[in-house]
Design a protein around this ligand. Sequence first.
Ligand SMILES: O=C(O)CCC(=O)C(=O)O
Ligand SMILES: [Fe+2]
Length: 280
Amino acid sequence: MVTAQVSQAPRISPLTIRERTGSISTAEIISVLKGETTGLHIRQAFSIEVAEEITENFARNPGLKERKDGVPGQYVGASHYTKDAATYFAEAENARPFVDALFGNLVDPVRGVFDALNRDLHNQGVELRLARSDRGQANICRAIRWSGTGRYALEPHDDVAQVLCAGRDCELPPVAKNTVAALNFYPSMAEEGGNLRIWSHKPTVTERKSQGVEATGYPYSTTYLEAVPCHDFQLNVGDIALIDGGFVHGVTRQSGNGKSRLLLNCFLGFARPDLVLWWT
Ligand SMILES: O=C(O)CCC(=O)C(=O)O
Ligand SMILES: [Fe+2]
């Protein structure tokens, strides 16, 4: 019997997941950067008091905006997604006071991780720094509340396509040859849902093209992912999740009529064996 040619099923890549309670270690972060761990979930990694204050500072932040790039959400900070370097770094500079205002006088947990990793990498002869251009430099993080109303609050996507397509005038694309790690802090969570779901699939450029998401990595259809195994990180306030952003991931629908999910996010990865870049 002659059958119509169907597009190839997504290639399965195994997930190496680690979940525990405590504080995040730089060795664990480096293990994700080196592609040895796919997903790391640290429960109770920063304090509830700090989480609550960041959440309040987000809600009353004068820099709080609605996303207008096709990804539903509200944010403080800058996203390099679909932007050229000139636009992204200029936006990052403009947003800096608002990102600083998320933390007020707090000891910032994101800066804490950055500083600890900086020390460890420095001892290994590796520089860690914020990505930059002649227009300015990246911020330490951005804060986002996803507002998708379908099956996912944030549709399944990968974080690598946007880095590959960041443009020639940008220092980020070389990172896409290595692991693009996504570091997430959760200052607020909805009563139910809002899981970070990661699928056993790390798309190639060809697979992205076949799904029409070559330049964005967003969104992959539910049909495409149907037969792919996945893992859900069930998150609570004060948790940190660090994933290999090359694997398809998304955020499940959230419900409950009280609190809503808030995320602090940044990306990091090796641009060269002696340089790790950090951006949003
Ligand atoms: O909200 C999350 O848990 C994941 C965020 C994410 O995937 C992203 O910002 O690219
Ligand atoms: Fe992502």
